[in-house]
Design a protein around this ligand. Structure first.
Ligand code: 5AD
Ligand code: SF4
Length: 431
């Protein structure tokens, strides 16, 4: 009894896939890399942009033959596109056995029992038995949903309002992961830094306290979090990042646009200057912090001047890397009511923005040549710096160990490095 999981989209989906896998393992299934071996095929979908949704739909279409080969097999479709397009999926793909939207992830165990038509399994059999071996890094979901209503975004429609996991439950999961060998924990949520342990949303959250508590768990070496919203990047959170030793000097802080007019039209709840002020505080508290961001180009009404302000913001901040997305209208969102730019113009802005982001990224990486970095080695010998740069260590390195290396080449996104013995007095910079 094997299952195969295909995951589209963001890290939240990766974490949800992990959680659903644990439910399947608790019911006697084991994971396989080969769909031919599987009796359950789970497609965890994304709907944030049309492209992501289309890819999942074509895979689901192709599963008709997989199912026909052995009709007792089950096709399970989950995630954000499942939430948004349930009726369409059920009509269009009759070979799908179960559609479970992103909002039902918390009750996935019971839903699967319904599908398998058998008594609930003993959840206490869970975890350890089927935990993936040798993983040194893991996501831990701390909140779900989003109370924002950015005008381009479908997420609040499909994932609902914010829900927070209790602090003790989060810490228990962190301890469990550590027992499985995890040392690098990434806290996950749609607006992760709005976390409040009492379940109240707000700016003065307990997120800073949570960072300290997770860092204090025995065996946790590194703590990260995605994706924070600039509005909740308070002084308290920045201070916790700077003072809790386990919290890494890196931050993915989506900016979306460098133009106040566009930020306003997106309803992002901060200005260009407000964002730059946060960056200033982060750099002051953690010189050399690794910064990354998301940008949307071609938003309805984005003028040439607005677009240039996005480019100038990328230069002003100097992001280590930047994900550039072409605006994709999502049905039911306010921005989708407005007229879109011609595809050619969006393409041009996308290419120009990517090109600049690449050049800035390369410049940022070059400063790391010759520095000593601690690399936490993953399966296969490559690892990550505290700044979350991927590093290939010459001659390989033992998985699960943190080793000091000297960076030798940064031409590509994956850095190259050689092991070093002594760190005393060596050059160093956050990377
Ligand atoms: N079109 C393009 N990009 C989008 N994103 C979210 N919604 C859309 C959309 N409709 C991007 C944002 C977000 C990232 C996860 O996806 O940049 O930060
Ligand atoms: Fe979407 Fe905005 Fe919520 Fe992020 S903060 S999930 S972009 S609505």
């Amino acid at each position: 009894m094997k299952y195969f999981v295909r995951t589209y989209g963001c890290q939240m989906n990766v974490a949800d896939s992990d959680e659903m896998s644990r439910h399947l393992r608790a019911r006697g299934f084991s994971a396989t890399d080969d769909p031919d071996d599987a009796s359950i095929f789970l497609v965890n979908t994304c709907t944030v942009r049309q492209h992501a949704e289309d890819r999942a739909f074509s895979e689901i279409g192709r599963l008709r033959r997989w199912k026909a080969a052995r009709p007792d097999r089950k096709v399970v479709v989950t995630g954000c596109a499942a939430e948004r397009t349930r009726d369409f999926l059920e009509r269009r793909f009759p070979h799908v056995d179960l559609v479970a939207g992103a909002r039902s992830i918390e009750s996935f165990g019971a839903i699967v029992d319904g599908l398998l038509a058998k008594r609930p399994a003993d959840e206490s059999l869970d975890y350890a038995a089927g935990a993936p071996d040798g993983r040194v890094a893991s996501f831990v979901t701390i909140m779900r949903g989003c109370n924002y209503s950015c005008t381009y975004c479908i997420v609040p429609h499909v994932r609902g309002r914010e829900r927070y996991r209790p602090m003790d439950e989060i810490l228990a999961e962190v301890r469990e992961r550590v027992e499985e060998g995890v040392r690098d924990v990434t806290l996950l949520g749609q607006t992760v830094n709005s976390y409040h342990r009492d379940g109240r949303a707000g700016r003065n959250t307990d997120f800073a306290g949570l960072l300290a508590s997770v860092g204090a768990v025995d065996g946790v070496e590194r703590v990260r979090f995605i994706s924070p919203h600039p509005f909740y990047m308070t002084d308290g959170v920045i201070d916790a990042m700077a003072t809790v030793p386990e919290v890494c000097e890196c931050l993915h802080l989506p900016v979306q646009s460098g133009s106040d007019a566009v930020l306003h039209a997106m309803r992002r709840n901060y200005t260009r200057d407000g964002y730059l002020e946060i960056v200033g505080k982060l750099r002051q508290a953690m010189p050399g912090i690794v910064l990354s961001t998301d940008v949307i180009v071609g938003f309805p009404g984005e003028t040439e001047d607005d677009f240039r302000q996005t480019l100038s913001l990328l230069k002003a901040v100097g992001f280590d890397w930047c994900f550039v997305f072409k605006y994709s209208p999502r049905q039911g969102t306010p921005a989708a009511e407005r007229s879109s730019w011609p595809e050619r113009l969006v393409e041009e802005r996308h290419a120009a923005c990517l090109d600049l982001a690449e050049r800035i990224g390369l410049e940022r990486r070059r400063r790391l040549v010759g520095t000593i970095q601690d690399v936490l080695v993953e399966e296969g010998g490559a690892g990550r710096t505290r700044g979350n740069y991927k590093v290939r260590v010459a001659g390989g390195a033992p998985a699960g160990r943190t080793v000091p290396v000297r960076v030798t080449n940064t031409d590509r996104a994956t850095l190259e490095a050689e092991p070093v013995d002594v760190t005393a007095g060596a050059l160093s910079a956050a990377g």
